[in-house]
Design a protein around this ligand. Sequence first.
Ligand code: GAP
Length: 431
Amino acid sequence: MDKIVSLSRRRGFVFQSSEIYGGQGGCWDYGPLGVQLKNNIKQAWWQSIIQERDDVVGVDSSILMNPRVWEASGHVTGFSDPMCDCLKCKMRWRPEDFEGTVCPSCGGELTAPRQFNLMFKTFMGPVEDTAAVVYLRPETAQGIFVNFENVLNTTRKKLPFGIAQIGKSFRNEITTGNFIFRSREFEQMELEYFVKPGTDEYWHDHWLQTRLDWYASLGMNPANLRLRAHCDSELAHYAKACSDIQYLFPMGWSELEGIANRCDFDLKQHSEHSGKKLEYFDEETKEHITPYVIEPSAGVDRSVLAFLIDAYTEEPDKDEIRSVLKLHPRLAPFKAAVLPLSKKEPLANLSKEVYASLRKAWMVTYDDAQSIGRRYRRQDEIGTPYCITVDFDSLNDNQVTIRERDSMTQVRIPIAEIKAYLFPRLKGELK
Ligand code: GAP
């Protein structure tokens, strides 16, 4: 983990939030490379969940919602952790964080455990009183449930169908840590997949496998992924069953994504609290039913961390150690780097032409500083899958050398063919 944190900071993947003011606990900023990686992960998820399926549509709902949403969803009363307060130093502790009866920090007297709600509260409008309280959403899911009828009416989808969204969520986590693994502001990629009651267990299994396959399709080592079913005492207040996709993080197997069977809990709750019937008319049986819902809920930040850890490799190279981020080309921040052998004309001119033409299609970088060996190393370390070297022969034969990151093999191809060469390789279809 230390190596990943250091690489992230040094190369511009992730910075501490508000660093010049000493940071802000549990909040992180993505740098120039991090935002690319994060966007590529979100894009790959959107493509597999929405673009390549007929049965799922997307939404983008607001973060601030009517506070009654959170009463109906059970978050106002149920989304809390038991905490003990130290009467002397005012620190707050989870019961599992200490042994005995006194504060582990100052030895002061502790209160009995009290429920501490994890939702951030703020006020909407000019008056700061209880009537103006709103919450920052702790999950994106509720923005989907409250739009169930809108989406059904506008898309005329038939069961089974899903509604998906990607967006920020906020939780006042007491213990944050393990870098971006557990933070207070994070992003989720959530799908609510509505099914006929009775078919829910089939679809739960379907989504467990589909989501596992997604991580593997983007190069994650399947040996570092596993499923773990929740026992009854662990289940969230809305779930009939839940399994986590766990990743073998440096601190041990930990949750990457939760896939829950929320049954009809949310639609029924919102029907009751809003007075609007959130139902589906089954043409076959001519009955109104409340669908069940299967919810694959993935963390964007945890995916960033898992993909970084999984891709990070150190291998001997002559007398040195080569650090390579073996990211899938679809996830790599830069798809290629253009490296001219000389900074001077006319080589610079030709190299910039190549660069200008490629960046219309992909994120490409240009590096003409220091030796070619050092430039390769810099690109390896940030996961750039292809380095395109423009040399003096290129001026005569109109060809360039393309070096592949993992095998370090090189091929020489005409400049006019670079795009056709890269296209299937950047999709991961060819090496
Ligand atoms: N709508 C269901 C739901 O929110 P969850 O298991 O609480 O379920 C789903 O969260 C995913 O969101 C987790 O698997 C994790 O990837 C991510 N997540 C949850 N809390 C997080 C936090 N404090 N920091 C980073 N990611 C978090």
